[in-house]
Every structure is written in structure tokens, then in C-alpha cells.
Design a protein around this ligand. Sequence first.
Ligand code: APR
Length: 314
Amino acid sequence: MATRKKIALIGAGNIGGELARLCANKELGDVWLYDIAPKENYAKGKALDLEQNSSVLGYDSHVRGTSNWADLEGADVLIITAGIPRKPGQSRDDLVASNLPIIRDVANNAKKYCPDAFAIVISNPLDAMVYEYKRVVGCPKEKVAGMAGVLDSARFQLFLAREAGVSIKDVRAMVLGGHGDDMVPVLSACTINAVPITEFIAKDKLQSIIERTRKGGGEIVNLMGTSAYYAPASAAVAMAEAYLLDQKRLLACAAYLDGEYGYKDLFIGVPVVIGGNGVEKIVQIKLTDEEVAMLKKSAASVQAVVDVVKKTPA
Ligand code: APR
């Protein structure tokens, strides 16, 4: 008999709760919300609220809370938000000290209980945390990706749509590179339903949209006092759905590079195809010289954080 897919969400906080809501409502599988022991009841309470919600909205997914990794055994998908979010004035890189021990704890348990899961890392600093996750678990590069590009691209697309005065549905744009202030919004690949964006928006305005995109997460942290959660959760669910339903979607994700774009042993945001085998392909697009230079700067920023991670004893 066919069984439902098992989706394990590590961290039952703001993003974790929204992830659970989306996964259950889309009936992607049965959902486990995991959090540390002091927050077990919080995870269980959130899960129960979402189960009761199923009666109103009419979905059959089960949602359960736990602080016991054994409950996550054999999960098909693992989405990791465990960690401390940013506060106003902090950069994502400022979170290494707090979040590195957490991602190591998560990865050690994932290695034991669900090493075959397709893992999507959201915890920041994203590119370094996903690197460390893969290193500890030792999973194939196809089975792990970081969620940043889908979110950064969504922010870019929104600002472009509003400025151009067109529907968000018709804007196509991608943000590559690391999930930090040096990220690379790719203007050369940006269109409104195949019409070049420069037909709609002047160059200087485009530049200010790029700047706003780069600081898109910080803008929300300054307003709310903590980091965003609706769009980050939707972005990760788009990746999980692509895997679970073998959609072969082309999405910007932090993927493990082994020579692609000229980088090795590094996770940064690139266009990938996600299907039933995970990250099935890294798509190498032609970038302008300016974009290549921006990617180099962004990759150097990521490498600097990864170097700190590598030097930090377990
Ligand atoms: N294992 C599992 N969960 C953990 C662990 C751990 N070792 N350590 C902390 N957590 C849990 C916390 O108890 C908390 O419930 O992670 C949860 C994080 O939830 P929030 O504080 O609400 O943070 P959130 O907004 O969801 O962001 C989480 O995603 O975008 C990134 O920068 C953000 O790194 C942060 C992460």
C-alpha cells in the first residue's frame, strides 16, 4: 500500500510553523515539527492547531510535534530552520557563532536518522550552514540545497513588478551568488514575459531596485525586529514540492559547486533543476562581465565565512 511522504521540519519557530501550514495545506505529505526539548510542547501545540485547521480547510495531512529525532526516521524531506534569526543591526554572517553548533547538532542527528532525505537548509548564514550540513552528513551533493535564491529572486521580482506597473505573474528574474549583501541580481536574464526589463525601467531605477533586493531581508528585520517567514517558507516549499512531485523546476538555489561557474567545494546560489533525484542539474548561463565580477565578489564573501566554519572545532 502506498504511504504518504514524510516531511520533517527542524525548528518549529516562525518559518517552521509556516512551512508546516503550507506542506499540510498542499497535502505534500505528513508533517513532523521538531524542536529542542524545552520547546517540545510548543511544537506539539502548533502541530495540534494545524491538525484542527485541517478540519476547516479540508486536508488529510497529519501534523505532529516532537523533540525526539527517532520520530523523524526515514523522512523523505528535511527542511532546516533551526537557529537564531537576525535582530536589527545584525548581518547574516553575525549568526555563525550561534548557529554553527546548532547546524552541527542537526546534521549529526540527520546523519543517524534520515541520511537519505532531500535536505533544504534555511538557517543563516545560509551558504556556510548548508556547506557544513553536507560535510557532516556526507550526503551526495544532489541531496542537499540551500534556500536563498528563490526568496531573493521573489523579492527582486516584486520590486520590478511594482516599478514597471505589471503583474507579478509576468516578471522573470533571478538572483544568484551568496545570500548576503553581495548577492547577484542578474539583470541580463530579467524580462517581463520575455520582453527585456530595460524596455520598462530606466537604468538608474534598476540600480536602486538591485540595492533594495540585496537588503531585502534586512528591511524586514528592521521593521519587525526579527527575520521574515512567509516568503522564506513558501520558497522552501517550492523546492520541496519540486522534489516530491518530480517537477524538474528551474530554481535559483544554493548548490554544491564542483567546478561549475569556476568554483569548487563551495555552495552558492546558481540556477538548478530540482526533480525526483534532488538537484538534478546545475544550469550554467552566460553572464555579462559585470555579473561575473559580482559573482566573484559574492563567492569570496561566502568563502570567508566557510573558512571560519572550517577553522571552528566541532
Ligand atoms: N534543533 C532544532 N531546533 C532548534 C535547535 C536545534 N539544535 N536550536 C534552536 N532550534 C529552534 C528554536 O528553538 C526555534 O524554535 O529553531 C527555531 C527557530 O525559530 P525562530 O526563532 O522563530 O526563527 P525563524 O524566524 O524561524 O528563523 C530560523 O532561518 O532565516 C533563517 O536567519 C534565520 O537562522 C534563522 C532561521
